[in-house]
Design a protein around this ligand. Structure first.
Ligand SMILES: [Fe+2]
Length: 368
């Protein structure tokens, strides 16, 4: 898949880190438990992604007599909001069998976000395990610009410590909040997505989520009927250009792409309709005049931004694994820990799913 031109060990300036233990002494990097998962920027280049047939594991759970039986031994299952987000304790993801994983996929599709606490065994598993986990849910996406653990390009990392600002880029906006669905510019964007932190600041760095099923439902039937007829261009070009400026490791391993997706998509398993535009990657609505496109998109972005009644917020605690369905949710990092010298280190496993299915049957997904 990857054409290795050359691999350089362009270590981030992360290897002389300050202590976050409060005594001011910098421990050696070897003391960090997850050194093998630190970001690495290879000079590899990748060919374009090719289409593939996605078979959604959640569909298999539909025929199970009790599709939620993987939660039978949970000690706590709490719905964070009526429509979005469930927090689970007492289920060990690392021990979930194939049937349990299928059920998990269905639960995540229905709830948008499921948070599992106390997952030390999962997090302390090998990178090979992470990949095997992710492949159950789809073909693993390899990020075109991000750092990854050496030898594991399928693992997308976020990282900040006292000496680096990787993944902590601020411009002169009044807020760094940027709602998005991960890499939505791909022809087949991600479905079920797993993310966990290996290290985190004492406070700050929460993650915001919103239900794109709910954001759509709040709109009038007449307007939704119009939105169903629309398709929009999602672009990876700005992300690539940002990387080319030298930020985020400064590599672009695959040429950026733009793809046309329906503005309202249908989940392949639940059949639910969701709004599928986001401020980070959606650029214009196909076929509309510039002002029409800009005004409609800005209205939808504002609606996503400010509808707290559709949102929930994940406060990370050690050994938490968050799993969301990128087809029916959007999220934003919260960059409020800039003053902290503490390390924040996260890993994402990002299986791709189907090409987004238009809610309006027969909608042609071509640029005009
Ligand atoms: Fe994201």
């Amino acid at each position: 898949m990857a054409t290795t031109v050359e691999t350089i060990t362009q270590s981030l300036p992360t290897l002389s880190l300050r202590s976050n233990t409060g005594d001011g002494e910098a421990p050696s990097e070897e003391a960090y438990r997850y050194t093998h998962l630190l970001p690495f920027f290879s000079a590899d280049t990748y060919p374009p992604l090719t289409p593939f047939e996605h078979v959604d594991p959640a569909a298999r759970a539909l025929t199970h007599p009790n599709p939620r039986s993987f939660l039978d031994n949970a000690t706590s299952v709490v719905e964070l909001t009526p429509r979005l987000g469930t927090e689970v304790r007492g289920v060990n993801l690392a021990r979930l069998d194939s049937t349990g994983r299928d059920q998990l996929a269905l639960e995540v599709a229905r709830r948008g976000l499921v948070i599992f606490r106390d997952q030390q065994e999962f997090i302390d598993s090998s990178p090979e395990f992470y990949l095997e986990w992710g492949r159950h849910f789809g073909r693993l996406h390899v990020h075109p610009t991000s750092g990854h653990p050496e030898g594991f390009p399928e693992l997308h990392l976020v990282y900040k410590d006292a000496n680096t600002t990787f993944n902590y880029e601020l411009d002169d906006s009044i807020t760094p909040t940027v709602w998005h669905s991960d890499v939505s510019y791909e022809l087949q964007p991600p479905g079920l997505t797993t993310f966990f932190l290996l290290a985190q600041p004492t406070t700050g760095g929460d993650t915001l989520f919103t239900s794109q099923v709910s954001t759509l439902k709040k709109l009038s039937p007449q307007f939704v009927a119009f939105l169903r007829t629309l398709k929009a261009v999602h672009s990876g070009i700005e992300q690539a250009n940002f990387s080319r400026t030298g930020k985020r490791g400064g590599v672009v391993r695959r040429d950026p792409v733009e793809n046309v997706h329906p503005v309202v998509r249908r989940h392949p398993v639940t059949g639910e309709e969701a709004l599928f535009v986001n401020r980070q990657f959606t650029r214009r609505i196909v076929g509309l005049k510039k002002e029409e496109s800009e005004n409609i998109l800005n209205f939808l972005f504002d609606h996503i931004d400010k509808s707290g009644d559709n949102q929930t917020r994940l406060k990370w605690s050690p050994n938490t694994v968050a799993i969301w369905d990128n087809r029916v949710t959007a999220h934003s990092a919260i960059l409020d820990y800039g003053e902290s010298k503490e390390r924040r280190h996260g890993a994402r496993i990002t299986p791709q799913a189907e090409r987004p299915i238009p809610a309006l049957e027969g909608l042609e997904l071509v640029d005009e």
